[in-house]
Every structure is written in C-alpha cells, then in structure tokens.
Design a protein around this ligand. Structure first.
Ligand code: F6P
Length: 521
C-alpha cells in the first residue's frame, strides 16, 4: 500500500511555498470581500451535519493542494484498507473496524473473496451481540425496581457513554438515574454509593481489557459495598461490558456483553460499552445513533475528496498544525448537553494522534496532534475566550451549534444562537481601537458545525465525523492512530510505587520522587 509520508511528497513542499508566499498573510476579511461565493464554497452538507468552514485561513488553491497532498500520501487507499479489514493498527497487528458496529447490513458472501466473507461472519456476530445487548437494555428499562445505573469504567469505557447519556438526556427513560464512576479517588465512588440501595442498583463494569487498575479497584469496592449492604444477587445487579469475558466471569459476573479486539477503547461507545446509552434511550434510540454514524461512514467512504467533510476537516487540521504552527484547537459546543464532548474529543484525538514516530517507528520531523480543550458556550465566553480574542497565540475554534432546542424556555435558544454567531463573527472581524486594550486583531479562524437538533442520529453522525477526521490527519502524518503505548510507562511505574507507600522503601527512586514519597508516608 502506498503510504508516502507527508513531508516527502511534492504537495508538502508546494504547500510550504504557498504558505510562505500568501498563506501566512491570509486575511479572512479580504477573502470574504474578494469572493462573494466564499460561504458557499467553504460550506457543505454532510449526513446530519452542516459545516461552515469559510471562516478558516485557507482559499481554494490551498484546499486543492491539500487534496493533492491526500492523494500523494495514499489517504484513500489507507481509508479503503481500514474498511476492508486490513491490520491498519500495525503495532498491535489488529484490524480497526468500529464502523462494522454500526453497519446495518452484512456484505454479501462472495465465493472467491475470503476477506469479504470474514467481514460478513464478523458482522453476523456483531448483530447477534447487539440484539442481545439491546434486549437486555429494554429489560432494564422496564424493570421499575432498578432506579440507578452505575457505570464503572475509565477512558473510552467512560467518556463516550457519559458524554452521550448527557447529550441525549431529552430522550432518556424516566425514573432512572445514571452515574459514571471513573476516578480511583474514593471520593467519586463513595459519593455515588451514598445515594444508592443495593436492591435498586445495577452496576455496569465497563472495561475492554478487564485489567485496568482503577476500574478493577472501583469494581471490587462496589461489590464489597453491595455485599456489605446485604445485596446478594450479583447476577442481577452486576453486568460486565468487555472483550475479556473470562476475566469478567473470574470476577463473578455472569451477565456479560462482549466485543472484539478490533474495537479500540476510544471507539467503543458503539459496542457493548454503549449499554448505558441503550438503557437511557432504548433500543430504537441506540439503533438511530448507530444509523447516524453509519451515514457518516458511508459519506467518508464514498464522497469525493472535495465534498468529503471528514477529509476536509482532517486536512485543515494538518494545514493549521504543520504550516501555521497552531498548537491547539478549542472546542466550543453551544449546547449544554454536549458539555462532556471536549473531554471525549481529547481522548479521541490526543490518544490517537499524540505520537512522535511514524508507523515504522521512525521519529517524525514535524508536529502531530494539537492539544484539544474547551467548555460549552456560553460558559467559555466568561472564562477563556478573552485569550481567543486578544491573546498572543492563535487558537482555531470549533463551534458546534444546534438549531432546534430540546428544551423550550422563552428566549433561551435565541440568546444561545446569537452568542455563537457573534463569537465566530467577532473572532474573524476583530475591532479597531487605538487604545490597545480594546483592540481586537480579528482574522482568528473558526469552523462552525451545525446540527438541526441534538438527536441520537445527529449525535452518531457528529461523533463518526470526528473519528474520521482524526483518521485523516493521522494518515497524512503516517502514524498509527490506533495504539496508545504512551499510557503504559506511568501505569508500570505506579505499580512499582504503590507498595512503597506501605513499605517506605526508597531505593532506586530519583531524589524528587523519593522526597515526595517520604512526605506522603
Ligand atoms: O490507558 C488507556 C486506555 O487503554 C484507553 O485506551 C482505554 O479507553 C482506557 O485505558 C480504558 O481501558 P479499558 O476499557 O480496557 O479498561
């Protein structure tokens, strides 16, 4: 497969030349004045998401060169390889097929195409597991005795389900409370347990590996609490969501929903890890979430480069990171329901593309993932937007707005929408003031994603859009977006340090760690 590294392509050099000549000095206000079609040219409909990219620092010539870069890097072949089930996660020798979890129909068997037949077999397993999980979700929804669902998991086994349950609150079953415990700080689990009664509680132990230290300790403490409070039927009150079914049964859990090693943790909310979402919004709602994501998968798989929204966004990310040198992106969802989206996207982008070597392990001479951060609007406006407007660094913003509110209170939606439009406008236009303090330089870029309404379908599409744009920049950078070796060293050192907190043993530690440990004894 042709995967030429981006910095070795002619398009990369051409982009650098273009940046030096005109890209660096690009001014949005001039660009809009010169081109009355700019909004139409740089906005598009994708499934369930409308995107306005016109307030970004690029013109058609730049975008054409970015498409050329994509071609020269073999982006389309890499995408097709993922969809064909190739082992694109090269360091773990795994396929990457979270898209299969949302595919409504299996591919037709083909007498001579073993790869297709293998995917068809997997698809059948996916649907059988999905049917079983959704039947269980419906059973829990109908069970009035279960009032509290506690998801115990961390990283992808927490962020996706938590974000989606909050986002889809307007569609959630009444009479059930959802709790998410991820932190190993006892404050979190204790705070939740204090509100619960064993007979009314369902614990979902969510862990792909079923070995993650924090989750296992929280799960053991929850079981201990359950038994100490007189709870007895673990089979009814605990379920496991994991690809390590054996470990779940060794823990004593008999109700288990499995998934596969080709589903990465940060891509797992579509699998059994999505059970809290399914309990909240029901089987039909969960299938709508999958359908929205599938529509975006098909868009990503088939739309030509110039109308392919994940590709346009991913290439824009490369343009900003590698040519403009912008080191972060701010996510501003103007929707309270999406308040955990920035945290979810942090894992998606930074765990996927926060890499310093290419897929062959060679050190990269250019930057990769930006830092992602953000808060919902309008809250962010009253906190860090000062820096976006007048700070010394340019931070591209990504606004996400929803046309139709899920909750109606007179005047609220108008104010929310007026603010999101105004912020994007202010960042771009700026304001001249001789006084200095009140001067806004403007020309600060932003993208604007618009959903008609925050529904399971549109949320599914929005999340798949984000997954694929991360794939695109990762593919251009030539990295493996699907491993996460960078999280391992700290886990290993914590295992060494933990017994020292009892024994006081300091041998072999650096002076700072030893000094801190002594203060903690
Ligand atoms: O440590 C990082 C990580 O492996 C993430 O990739 C993952 O989402 C999280 O931990 C939780 O892992 P698990 O679902 O196996 O408990």
């Amino acid at each position: 497969m042709n995967r030429t590294r981006c910095d070795q392509t002619p398009a990369w050099a051409a982009l650098q030349a273009l940046y030096d000549q005109s890209g660096k000095a690009f001014d949005l206000r001039d660009a809009f004045a010169a081109d009355p079609q700019r909004f139409a040219r740089f906005s598009q409909d994708a499934p369930h998401v409308f995107a306005d990219l016109s307030k970004n620092l690029l013109d058609s010539a730049t975008e054409s060169l970015l498409f050329e870069l994509a071609r020269q890097c073999g982006l389309e072949q890499h995408r097709d390889a993922m969809f064909a089930g190739a082992h694109v996660n090269t360091t773990e020798q795994r396929a990457v097929m979270h898209f299969l979890l949302r595919n409504p129909a299996a591919p037709q068997y083909h007498p001579a195409r073993a790869a297709i037949n293998k995917i068809a077999d997997l698809q059948a397993e996916v649907h059988a597991t999905l049917d079983a999980m959704l039947a269980y979700a419906e059973q829990v929804r109908a069970d009035e005795a279960i009032t509290d669902i506690v998801n115990i998991g961390i990283g992808g086994s927490d962020l996706g389900p938590q974000m989606a349950v909050l986002a889809l609150n307007a569609f959630a079953v009444l009479g059930k409370r959802f709790h998410f415990v991820s932190n190993v700080d006892a404050a979190e689990l204790s705070g939740v347990l204090a509100q619960l009664k064993p007979k009314n509680t369902l614990f979902l132990i969510a862990s792909k590996t079923f070995t993650t230290a924090e989750t296992m300790l929280n799960a053991r403490s929850a079981r201990h609490w359950f038994e100490a409070q007189g709870g007895s039927d673990i089979g009814r009150h605990f379920a496991a969501l994991t690809s390590n079914v054996q470990a779940a049964s060794a823990f004593g859990i008999s109700t288990t929903f499995g998934f596969w090693d080709w589903v990465g943790g940060r891509y797992s909310l579509w699998s059994a890890i999505g059970l809290p979402i399914a309990i909240a919004i029901g089987a039909e709602g969960f299938r709508a979430l999958l359908a929205g994501a599938h529509a975006m998968d098909e868009h990503f798989r088939t739309a030509p480069l110039a109308q392919n929204l994940p590709i346009r966004l991913g290439l824009l990310d490369v343009w900003y990171r590698n040519f403009h040198g912008f080191s972060s992106r701010s996510i501003a969802p103007y929707s309270s329901g999406l308040r955990r989206l920035p945290a979810y996207l942090q894992q998606l982008e930074m765990e996927s593309n926060g890499k310093r070597v290419d897929s062959q392990g060679q050190a990269l001479p250019f930057d990769t993932a930006p830092v992602l951060w953000g808060e919902p609007g309008t809250n962010g406006q009253h906190a860090y937007f000062q820096l976006l407007h007048q700070g010394t660094s340019v931070v591209p913003a990504e606004f996400i707005a929803v046309k139709k509110a899920s909750y109606q209170l007179a005047g609220h939606q108008e104010k929310l929408l007026a603010n999101v439009l105004a912020q994007a406008q202010a960042l771009m236009q700026g304001k001249v003031d001789v006084g200095g303090h009140k001067h806004f330089p403007g020309n600060r870029p932003s993208s604007f994603l618009l959903l008609d309404q925050l529904t399971p379908t549109s949320l599914g599409a929005l999340l798949a859009l984000q997954e694929h744009r991360v794939f695109v920049s990762g593919a251009i950078w030539g990295i493996n977006s699907f491993d996460q070796w960078g999280v391992e060293l700290g886990k290993m050192l914590a295992q060494d340090i933990e017994p020292r907190l009892q024994s006081g043993e300091l041998a072999g530690l650096d002076a700072s760690t030893a000094g801190l440990l002594q203060r903690l004894l």
